[in-house]
Each structure stands twice: as C-alpha cells, then as structure tokens.
Design a protein around this ligand. Structure first.
Ligand SMILES: NC(=O)c1ccc[n+]([C@@H]2O[C@H](COP(=O)([O-])OP(=O)(O)OC[C@H]3O[C@@H](n4cnc5c(N)ncnc54)[C@H](O)[C@@H]3O)[C@@H](O)[C@H]2O)c1
Length: 255
C-alpha cells in the first residue's frame, strides 16, 4: 500500500478519470474527499469506495469556480480527516466550437472551471500544506491540447495550457516547502466528456484509434496508476513536470 495514512482531496471525483483516481488511491490506503458539483455521483462513488476498500470517503459538493465553495470543502475535509496530503485537480469541462463561433460565455465557463478552479484549490490546499509543514503532493489534470493544437478547441487549449504553466510555477514556488506539483496529460480517454463528443460527431473513435500507437483508446484506469505514482514517495524528486499518458499520441506528432 503506497498511500497508507494519507488523505487525498480529488475534484471531479464523482465520475470518469477523477473517480478512477480516487478509487485507486483508496485501494492504496488513502482516505479521500471527493468533490464535484453533483451530489448524487459523489454519494455513489463514496459508497463504492467505503464498501470496497475499507477506507473513508467523504462527498463534498462544490462548484470549483466559487472561492467560498472551495474554502468550505477544504474546511470540511480538514474537519473530517485533520489534514490533506494529496490534492488532485480533475474537475473540468471541454468545449468544441470553431473560434469564430465561440461565445464569450463558453470561453469564460471553460477558463473559469478548468483554470480558475484548479488555481483556487491549489491555493487553498497549498496554504494548508505550507502551514502544516509536512510537504504534499499536487496533481493537476491537463490535456494533449496543452502541447499541440486541435482546431475548434481554443478555449479548452488555453485553459489546459494555463494549468500546465500554473503547475510549473507552483512547483518552483513551493519546492522549499517540500510540495511536489505535477500534472498528468491524458490522451483520449473514454468518459462522459468523450462520449458527448462522439455523439456530436466531434470524435470518431475508430479513426482516432487508428492514429494511437497503443492501438486503443485510453481507459480511466490508465490514468489512476500514474496518479498514484505522483502521489507517492516514489516521486519525491519529481516536480514541475507533466506525465504524458496518451498511448503515444503526442509522440506520433499528430493529435
Ligand atoms: N476524457 C478525456 O479524453 C480527457 C483527456 C484529457 C484530459 N481530460 C481531463 O480530465 C478531467 C476529467 O474529465 P473526464 O473525462 O473524467 O470527464 P467527466 O465529465 O466524466 O468528469 C468531469 C468531472 O468534473 C466535474 N465538474 C465539472 N464542472 C465542475 C464544476 N464547475 N465544479 C465542480 N465539479 C465540476 C463533474 O461533475 C465530473 O465529476 C477533466 O479536467 C478533463 O479536461 C479528459
């Protein structure tokens, strides 16, 4: 068990990649606080974790754009568990629209949730980690669009590029506090976000798979193992970087 006696707060922990990370961290011995704006999905995941791993799982509703929600959920987690060792920022949305068609509201929503939400949790949990003086691990979920362009994804790319740079900056600022800050760059992972794009004709899984060197779409479990590595002491000398987990998509030079 690589995360025994640790406490993790996972945003977007109610479903998809965030839920898989939370389950896997609990499997490795961590108690988890799951955050999203949908209580029903959080409740279901928390029940699954407590029944199947024996660890404690606390559901906490928040809109990651709202500083008061962020403060409240961090306070709730601290009251329940006494500390936070690991923060995973996974809550996010994706927008696919030609830049000339994109409304300012779509742009704002994407930047507010993906970038502002990530910053707010990093700041609030980072303050706790600094004050506690025991170090910590922060893992932000970015995307291949932070590395290469896909037409029609300007807002999403700007938000995830921002997350990648924010990660580097915080790693440099908080290295002296023994807080490692890294990101994970997932490739194409079959989740709710992706399913909606398939329905809208944005993605065609068969065409995509033909371009992925690994020969298949990613699964949520593919991201959970790398997240445990970045949360564990095995990665104590890893900071300010991104772990690309994309089945070789970026190496192929074509996303
Ligand atoms: N699926 C992919 O192919 C893929 C690829 C690269 C990166 N990502 C990133 O991974 C992360 C998780 O995505 P997923 O594919 O699991 O999608 P998902 O839609 O299944 O999960 C997104 C989660 O974020 C939560 N969320 C959304 N807006 C929120 C808000 N304002 N406040 C609180 N919670 C909110 C949702 O409730 C949900 O729990 C996202 O940041 C996404 O950009 C996904």
């Amino acid at each position: 068990m690589r995360l025994q006696h640790r406490v993790a707060l996972v945003t977007g922990g109610g479903r998809g990649i965030g839920a898989a990370i939370a389950r896997r961290m609990a499997d490795e011995g961590a108690d988890v606080c799951l955050v999203s704006r949908t209580f029903s999905e959080l409740e279901e995941q928390a029940r699954w974790i407590e029944e199947n791993t024996g660890r404690r799982a606390l559901p906490a509703t928040a809109d990651v754009r709202r500083p008061e929600d962020v403060r409240q959920t961090v306070r709730t987690a601290l009251e329940a568990f006494g500390k936070i060792d690991i923060l995973v920022n996974c809550a996010g949305i994706s927008v696919a629209d030609a830049s000339e068609e994109l409304s300012f509201e779509q742009w704002k929503e994407c930047l507010d949730i993906n970038l502002d939400g990530t910053f707010l949790y990093c700041q609030e949990v980072g303050r706790h980690m600094i004050e506690r003086g025991q170090g910590g691990k922060i893992i932000n979920i970015t995307s291949v669009v932070a590395h290469a362009a896909i037409p029609g994804r300007a807002a999403y790319a700007a938000s995830k590029g921002g997350v990648k740079q924010l990660t580097q900056n915080l790693a440099v600022e908080w290295g002296k506090h023994n807080i490692q800050v890294n990101s994970i760059t997932p490739g194409y992972i079959y989740t709710e976000i992706f399913r909606r794009f398939v329905e809208q004709g944005v993605h065609q899984p068969e065409k995509l798979e033909a371009r992925i060197p690994a020969g298949r779409m990613g699964r949520v479990e593919d991201i959970a193992g790398p997240a445990v590595f970045l949360a564990s002491s095995d990665s104590d000398y890893v900071t300010g970087t991104t772990l690309i987990v994309d089945g070789g998509v970026l190496a192929n030079g074509y996303i």
